[in-house]
Design a protein around this ligand. Structure first.
Ligand code: NAD
Length: 476
């Protein structure tokens, strides 16, 4: 059944002609959803509705806290329906999708609590008789632009803190995950928040550009690719709109000779290939110490060959399809470039012609620092091994990229683990864990080309979503 979707503005559905469609990546003849491509007029309406809702939303923190808690509870109740919808619309495996829905539920509940903990500070003044108070007030109307690869958790970690701290939202979800977005929007709209607190405009690049360049906003929170994030950040800077942009990664995982080989193989398999490599925190460079390189490569290649690639609705599937033919073409082109450069695939292409948006996982044996896969985000189930001589060499290799989202180290050495946590030039350092997989209440973000602006998630979100105000008072 095809879902015909509408924008949601000022508390009401706002139908527009359909312009885009999303097909089931595991069965391309099935159209999952049809959506409009909103333009400047709808964006202006949505931002006006958000501006008008600022007063009503700001009047009660308990109401906000209750609404966020209720959204969390409803998401948890809907997890199996929503999980199946995410699998159908984006190709994410149903078990990953259900896990993501629960994560979104917990994010809403966490920020329900945070709405009641908007505390300030009182300073002793250097001037006798003067008091100094620091308080945090809402930033205002927030634009949220989100990708398809975490179609519900990423919107949750922008919308929930925005509301908790008293902001209203105009949200533009990805054109590839608008059905999931509409489901979340319905749950938000039924939560008792004032109409216009969250407005959803559907569409692709046109809608995103209109939101960034024309809407009446105070802040814009973006997650997506590096190119789009840079363009969005430049536009916001010109318009003096506060911006945060979470972008890509070319994440490295170091395996030292003193690591547990089983654990390292498991971590590399998970980080590089699960979610079909479509996580910004995925591992693409596996940096292995020479002494264990052969044993590690053999074991990992065996595990990659045994990965269950298939129907994302089947709970036994480990790797589903990519989200679209465009993404499949891009991943296949990257693999062809690597092959053209003479690189060896230890494991690739078990099926002659993978159907629909499926691609087979590929593990390259001899990745070099200037290879495409070692420099740019490929965003598919593709990774390569790089052989190094010792920890220092490994760390230098890990740090020698433009990006710095996350990085990992498998080791038995406390000394190297401690050093790595301080010197890996990344926002998130993982020791004896896969590069992907983070807690929902701790700061999330990267360094270098991976991120711009302040951190998301947990209490760190307050920095972006509030204005810090310092008030001085004398007895007069
Ligand atoms: P994308 O940049 O193509 O799209 C992201 C969003 O921006 C979508 O809603 C899209 O419609 C919108 N958009 C497209 N062009 C726009 C424009 N010119 N102006 C404004 N908005 C525009 O990214 P994607 O393919 O949806 O997502 C995958 C990317 O997201 C990967 O690069 C991945 O690494 C990144 N990502 C990063 C994080 C992180 O936190 N660092 C998390 C998840 C995904």
């Amino acid at each position: 059944m095809t879902l015909d979707l509408s924008c949601h503005i000022g508390g009401a559905s706002r139908p527009l002609p359909f312009a885009l469609e999303q097909r089931n990546p595991a069965a391309l003849d099935e159209v999952v959803s049809r959506i409009p491509d909103a333009g400047p007029a709808e964006i202006a309406e949505a931002s006006a509705a958000a501006r008008a809702a600022l007063g009503p939303l700001g009047s009660g923190i308990e109401k906000r806290a209750d609404a966020l808690d209720q959204i969390g509870a409803r998401l948890a109740d809907a997890r199996s329906d929503l999980g199946r919808l995410i699998a159908r619309e984006t190709g994410k495996t149903v078990s990953d999708a259900e896990g993501e829905v629960m994560r979104a539920a917990r994010i809403f509940r966490f920020f329900g609590g945070e709405a009641l903990r908007i505390v300030g500070e009182r300073f002793a003044s250097v001037r006798p008789g003067v008091s100094v108070e620091v308080s945090y007030s809402p930033l205002g109307v927030i634009g949220a632009v989100t990708p398809w690869n975490f179609p519900i958790a990423i919107p949750a970690w922008k919308i929930a803190p925005a509301l908790a701290y008293g902001n209203t939202v105009v949200w533009k979800p990805s054109e590839h995950s608008s059905a999931v977005a509409s489901h979340l929007m319905d749950i938000i709209a039924a939560s008792g928040l004032p109409a216009g607190s969250v407005n959803m405009v559907l569409g692709g690049r046109r809608a995103g550009e209109a939101l960034t360049s024309e809407a009446d906003l105070d802040g814009l929170s973006f997650t997506g690719s590096e190119a789009t994030g840079n363009a969005v950040a430049l536009t916001c800077a010109r318009r003096r709109i506060r911006v945060q942009a979470e972008m890509g990664g070319v994440n490295g995982l170091i395996v030292l000779a003193d690591a547990s080989l089983e654990a390292a193989v498991e971590g590399a398999l998970n980080g590089a290939f699960f979610a079909a490599g479509q996580r910004c925190t995925a591992t693409s460079r596996i940096i292995v110490e020479r002494g264990v390189a052969r044993a590690f490569a053999e074991k990992l290649a065996e595990r990659v060959a045994a990965l269950r690639v298939g129907d994302p609705q089947d709970p036994a599937t480990q790797v589903g399809p990519l989200v679209s033919m465009r993404q499949k073409d891009a991943v296949q082109a990257a693999v062809a470039t690597m092959m053209g450069a003479g690189r060896t695939a230890l494991q690739a292409g078990r099926r002659d012609a993978a159907p629909d948006c499926f691609v087979d996982p590929v593990l390259f044996d001899d990745l070099a620092a200037d290879d495409l896969l070692a420099r740019e985000e490929v965003f598919g189930p593709v990774a390569g091994l790089m052989i190094v001589d010792g920890y220092e060499d490994a760390l230098e290799t890990l740090n020698a990229v433009r990006f710095g989202l996350c990085g990992g180290l498998y080791t038995g050495s406390l000394k190297h683990a401690e050093h790595f946590k301080q010197h890996a030039r990344v926002g998130m350092a993982m020791v004896n864990l896969p590069t992907a997989g983070v807690d929902y209440h701790a700061p999330f973000g990267g360094t270098k080309a991976s991120s711009l602006g302040s951190r998301e998630q947990g209490r760190a979100a307050r920095e972006f979503f509030t204005v810090t105000r310092t008030a001085y008072q004398s007895a007069g």
